[in-house]
Design a protein around this ligand. Structure first.
Ligand code: PGA
Length: 249
C-alpha cells in the first residue's frame, strides 16, 4: 500500500548539512512508490528547491504566518514558501501549540491562509498524557478538529492531511499501540464525516506521528488504518529515513 512519509526536522541541521542530506535522499528515494516529503526549517527551503526540484521528494515548511503580508516582523508568509516550491506546511504541531501558545482559532486561520496560497496542510492533532489517562482523548481530538477545520468547505479538505500525534509519544520513545492508533483514526474519520461527509471521511489521509523509528516503523506504518507517518527525530538520519520511505507497506 502506497503511504505518505513525512520528515519533520524541527529546529535541526544547517542549510549546508541539509544540502548533503537532500542530495542523498533524492538518490535513495528514486523509484519509491511512497510519497516522500521533508519539512526542514525555512532557511533551508531554497536549498530544497535547488536539490529536490525534479526528484520524487517533495518538501514543505513547519509553520507559516496566518497573515498574507505586512508588518509582522520575523514571520514568514505562505506565498513566500510557495514561491520556493514548497508543497506542504505543517500546522498546529503540538510544540507550537504548547511552546508558542498557538490556539485552535489561530490554527484555523493558518490552515485557510495556507490553502488559499495553494499549499497542502499537515494538520497535527493529539492529546497529552493527562487527557489520555483521564480517558478524554477522543473528545479532545474531536474538539481540536472541530475548531481547527471550522468554516471550511468540503472541497478545501482535499488539501488537508491529518497527523494524529499523541503528545506523550513525541520524542519520548513511547508510541501508541496499533489498537490505540486504529481507534483514534476511526474517531478522526467519524468526526470528519460529521463535519463534512462520509466521502470526505473516507478520502482524507490520516497519518500517525510520535517516536516512529527504524525499529518500530514497519509495525506502525503497515497498519491499514493509517496512510503514512510524520517522523521527527528519526528523519534526521538520511539512511534510516530513506529505508522507511522506500519500504513496501
Ligand atoms: P518524533 O517527532 O518522531 O521525534 O517523536 C514527531 C513529530 O514531532 O512530528
Amino acid at each position: 500500500m502506497n503511504k505518505l512519509i513525512i520528515g519533520n526536522f524541527k529546529m535541526n541541521t544547517t542549510p549546508k548539512e541539509f544540502k548533503e542530506y537532500s542530495i542523498a535522499l533524492a538518490t535513495k528515494c528514486k523509484g519509491t512508490k511512497n510519497d516522500v516529503v521533508v519539512c526542514p526549517p525555512f532557511t533551508h527551503l531554497s536549498v530544497a528547491k535547488e536539490i529536490l526540484s525534479g526528484s520524487n521528494v517533495e518538501y514543505g515548511a513547519q509553520n507559516i504566518c496566518e497573515e498574507e503580508k505586512g508588518a509582522f516582523t520575523g514571520e514568514v508568509s505562505a506565498k513566500m514558501i510557495k514561491d520556493l516550491g514548497a508543497s506542504y506546511v505543517i500546522v498546529g504541531h503540538s510544540e507550537r501549540r504548547a511552546k508558542f501558545k498557538e490556539t485552535d482559532r489561530l490554527i484555523n486561520k493558518k490552515i485557510k491562509t495556507a490553502l488559499a496560497n495553494g499549499l497542502k496542510v499537515i494538520l497535527c492533532v493529539g492529546e497529552n498524557l493527562q487527557t489520555r489517562e483521564s480517558k478524554q482523548a477522543a473528545i479532545f481530538v474531536r474538539k481540536q478538529l472541530d475548531d481547527d477545520l471550522k468554516g471550511m468547505y468540503e472541497n478545501e479538505l482535499e488539501g488537508v492531511v491529518i497527523a494524529y500525534e499523541p503528545v506523550w509519544a513525541i520524542g519520548t520513545g513511547k508510541f501508541a499501540t496499533k489498537k490505540d492508533i486504529t481507534k483514534m483514526v476511526e474517531v478522526i474519520r467519524k468526526e470528519i464525516e460529521n463535519q463534512f461527509s462520509a466521502k470526505a471521511a473516507q478520502s482524507i489521509n490520516v497519518l500517525y506521528g510520535g517516536s516512529v523509528n527504524i525499529s518500530n516503523y514497519k509495525n506502525i506504518i503497515s497498519n491499514e488504518a493509517i496512510n503514512g507517518a510524520l517522523i521527527g527525530g528519526a528523519s534526521l538520519n538520511v539512511d534510516n529515513f530513506s529505508v522507511i520511505a522506500r519500504e513496501n507497506y
